[in-house]
Design a protein around this ligand. Structure first.
Ligand SMILES: [Zn+2]
Length: 76
């Protein structure tokens, strides 16, 4: 059994590069890990530590992805 803990809103997190979700912290057997709430296959962090900086590094969007988001926002 595991517990999902939201990451505080004032901590900057890149959205998941696969699905755009904000990462969460999973507590399992007393250990913590950063995971994608949609699919844990989306991010493989180091087990046992909460490393949002590593999540951000691995989920940094490539430039075309950023452009897509901006054009979608203009269209709506
Ligand atoms: Zn994801």
């Amino acid at each position: 059994m595991s517990t999902i803990i939201p990451i505080q809103a004032d901590i900057f997190c890149e959205p998941c590069k696969h699905c755009g979700a904000r990462p969460v912290v999973e507590q399992k057997k007393g250990k913590f890990a950063v995971i994608c709430p949609t699919n844990r296959e989306h991010y493989k962090g180091k087990a046992g530590i909460v490393d949002v900086a590593d999540w951000n590094k691995q989920n940094k969007p490539p430039i075309p992805f950023v452009k897509n988001i901006q054009s979608q926002q203009k269209a709506s």
